[in-house]
Structure formats: C-alpha cells, structure tokens
Design a protein around this ligand. Structure first.
Ligand SMILES: O=C(O)CCC(=O)C(=O)O
Length: 326
C-alpha cells in the first residue's frame, strides 16, 4: 500500500484523514520552481559548512544543517505554509493551545550512506519501543520533509511504515513493511511523530537533499535551538511583498519568543536584540580579586565588620497607636 498523494489544492481535512489512516501522506508540487531555486541557493553555503554525522544513527555520510529558520529567508516562507500549518494545528491542537516550531534542518544523504534505522520521532522526548514518556494518546509532532531534489528509490527517499502510528510501541517494523516517499522536488511528505520511518539508503551518485520542518506542542521543549548564534539579525521580519509576508512576520516574532523561551527556560516578554550567550567566558581570578561579590564582601573578619546602628527600641502596641494618633 503506497502513501496517499494530494495536489496543493487539497483541504486540511483531506490531509488529516490520510494522516489518521496511514500516519503520513504526500502533497506534490507545493513549491514553485522559483521558490525551489531560491531554497536551493539559500541552503547551499550552510550545507557546505556542515560536518557529517558522527554516529551510525545520524549517518556518517549524512549532514544535518540546522537553525534554518534563522539562516534562510526562504525557509521562513515555507515554514508558515497555510496548508501545512493547518494540518499541524489540526494534528496538535487537541493537546495544546498553541503549537510551536520544533526543527528546521536540511538533511543531506550522500552517496554511499546506508538506510537509517527505522524509528518514531516521538522518542526524542524519552522512551523506547517498550513505552514513551509522553502518554500514547498524545500526538506530539506534525512533520514535513520537503524534497529539495527529486526523491527516488535509489537516492534514499524516506521510508514510512503506513499505519504504524496505531501499533503498540513494542511492535518492531521490518524494512519490507515500509514504502518509500518517491516524489518530485518541491513536494512534501507530511508525517506524525508516531509513525515509524527512516531515511533511505543512497545508492545513487547524487546527494538526496530534504528540508525537514517539524512542529510540536507548545508546552514541550523544542528538540533543537532554531536560532543561529552568529546571525541574530536574521530574525528580522520579512518585508517582501508576498501575500504571506504578514503571516511570516507575526509567526517569526512568535517563534523568536518561543526560541528564546527554549534558551532561557521562561517566556521572554520582549524580543532581545541579541540572543543570550549560552557560553559566556569564565572570569579570571584577578577579576574576582578586584570585584568582590556580595557574599565575598560580607565575609569580614570579626574585628573588621563595620558597626551596625543600634536597633531602635521596640514600641508596644499602645505606644504605636498613641504615636499614630498624635
Ligand atoms: O531523511 C529522511 O528521510 C528521514 C530522516 C529522519 O527520519 C530523521 O533524521 O529522524
């Protein structure tokens, strides 16, 4: 059984019905040739700077280039696509009052990379096939894998096990139970966080590139920090004349807040000009000698402690009333 494929004029209800049945579906021709080209150009320099994965799971011939909501203007447009946001809201809003962006990354599977192990994304928040930390009844993710180049069987199109989001967590999937999301560049594979899936083996001579944009429940910690520490100005609001620019602006601002929240552990009330540094340099011993901290300054030898003013004698209640009424 293959995945259901829709045209971009389908409804959110169509997508929700397919996702309920199979856990995933494909929407073809979502990106115009112009946007696709802009995306390819936007991400190329960042992919070049990205190191390969460091273990078998991430893939030693796979690159994951993150923080793209901050780095690439085109990704901001794509991340607020009304149809995909509609499906994400329909999937997640039963469990939260506001959804948030989770990941924006480019997954480049290079020639020679073997298939990724089949997995469920929801276990990133803890748990394994014997059970998860998030109760089974809660769906924590709605995800998109956008084909930046054509997805073929040879170059590692994503494997999905249709219907596996309804299986008990203890049931393992076999590779032959999966189907591959073969699709043209500009199409998107939509899937929930519970369906079993994986990246495919790349037996071709070209890299398979996918933009992975995922959404999660507003109350969950995001999987990745979606911000580029080197480019705070990239949070600037889009001023393009595209019909979605107002959506982009408000969504970007909202996400700036949620991004900051994930760094600071609390909801920011204003958007700082500069993200808070996560690794401020430690100070030298000389700095501490020059600048005693409050607790150091309090540590006087007994004879050195300055004399405190003598406490005022306590007045009785009658004295206080007499003083007040005087
Ligand atoms: O690259 C793909 O097709 C899927 C990647 C994936 O499932 C993951 O990295 O969690």
């Amino acid at each position: 059984m293959g995945l259901q494929t829709f045209s971009p004029d389908c409804s959110v209800e169509d997508l929700v019905a397919a996702m309920n049945r199979d856990g995933a579906c494909i929407i073809r021709d979502m990106l115009s040739p112009e946007i696709l080209k802009a995306l390819q150009e936007d991400v190329a320099p960042w992919i070049e700077q990205t190191a390969n994965g460091r273990d078998e799971w991430a893939g030693r011939k796979t690159k994951r280039t993150g923080g793209l909501i901050a780095r690439c203007p085109t990704v901001r447009e794509i991340a607020v696509d009304p149809l995909i946001l509609g499906a994400a809201n329909a999937t997640l809003r039963p469990y939260c009052s506001k959804i948030q962006l989770n990941i924006t990354q480019l997954i480049t599977i290079m020639p020679g990379q073997g298939a990724q192990p089949l997995h469920r994304d929801r276990f990133v928040w803890g748990g394994d096939d014997s059970g998860g930390v998030i109760p089974e009844a809660i769906e924590p993710q709605c995800n998109g894998i956008w084909a930046v180049e054509d997805f073929t069987e040879e170059n590692g199109a994503t494997h999905v096990v249709p219907g596996s989001h309804k299986w008990p967590f203890t049931r393992q999937a076999r590779r032959d139970e999966s189907v591959q999301a073969v699709m043209k560049a500009g199409s998107v594979l939509l899937y929930n966080g519970t369906v079993i899936h994986s990246g495919g083996e790349n037996c071709s001579t070209v890299a398979r590139k996918a933009l992975n944009v995922t959404y999660t429940l507003g109350w969950l910690r995001q999987e990745k920090i979606n911000i580029s520490p080197a480019r705070p100005k990239s949070l600037a609001i889009s001023t393009s004349n595209s019909p979605t620019s107002s959506v982009t602006a408000s969504a970007t601002i909202h996400w700036a807040f949620t991004l900051i929240r994930s760094r600071r552990g609390s909801i920011a009330t204003s958007c700082p000009r500069k993200p808070h540094s996560v690794d401020s340099p430690s100070k030298s011993p000389e700095w501490y000698k020059r600048t005693p901290s409050r607790s150091q300054a309090d540590r006087f030898a007994p004879g050195e402690r300055p004399a405190l003013p003598a406490p005022r004698p306590r007045r009785s209640r009658a004295q206080r009333i007499a003083h007040r009424d005087a």
